[in-house]
Design a protein around this ligand. Structure first.
Ligand code: SAM
Length: 206
């Protein structure tokens, strides 16, 4: 089933939704500053309570496109040696934070569906000399890892963008170890959307 996009008569199929999201985040990969209604970049990370020492040690480009809506690291400790997955890793600041917490004996994996974000995060992490992170281009409904792989799955402002959240949550459950946990920040609707927004493809990425 799909909704009709009221503004362009384009059916809001999963592929059409992913395409508008890719277009939006290709722009954000250059810079997130001033493009959202909430604080982004270095100021956003500070306001959300990210570890100040980790913020200070990040190369500037890691923070320029940071557009997290919350702080998944505030929800539980990430210990040295953990294996962590970040869903919708963007330009890589959450990957960088996780890599600092898991240390050299841990591993961090990131997935994202936007080519420009993948390229940006790979360059940013190389500039930051991070070697325990791998990044794959794939969407949250097709997580390319075996069952029972991760101690923690994190995500920051991404699950609301998934066209099929049931599949995304099933995938997260599948790749988590039995004692593993999901720590995510996201946006939620408090009221029904007006009809013109509920059918708008663009509204998926605003
Ligand atoms: C709000 S940003 C994520 C913030 C990021 N964690 C950071 O540190 O800045 C959203 C990111 O999720 C990606 N994305 C959106 N929907 C996705 C999906 N269904 N699967 C994977 N990635 C997705 C976008 O391409 C974008 O890079």
């Amino acid at each position: 089933m799909c909704r009709l996009d009221q503004s362009s008569s384009t059916p809001a199929t999963p592929d059409a939704i992913r395409n508008v999201i890719r277009k939006k985040y290709a722009e954000i990969s250059v810079s997130a500053i001033g493009k959202f209604e909430y604080p982004t970049g270095r100021g956003g990370a500070r306001a959300l309570g990210y570890n100040p020492a980790i913020i200070e040690s990040a190369v500037p480009n890691l923070l320029e496109s940071f557009c997290g809506v919350g702080n998944p690291f505030s929800l539980g400790d990430i210990h040295p040696g953990y294996v962590v997955l970040d869903i919708g890793c963007g330009a890589g600041f959450d990957l960088f934070t996780a890599s600092r917490l898991v240390g050299e004996n841990g591993r961090v994996c990131g997935i994202d569906l936007t080519d420009e974000m993948i390229e940006r995060s790979q360059n940013n992490l190389a500039d930051a000399n991070v070697s325990n992170v791998e990044i794959k281009k794939v969407d949250s409904e097709n997580i390319p890892y075996d069952d029972n792989t991760f101690d923690v799955v994190i995500s920051n402002g991404v699950i609301n963008l998934s066209p099929d959240k049931n599949i995304t949550f099933n995938e997260i459950y599948r790749v988590l170890k039995p004692e593993g946990r999901l720590q995510f920040a996201d946006v939620v609707l408090e009221n029904e959307l007006p009809a013109n927004m509920a059918g708008s493809l663009e509204a998926w990425s605003q």
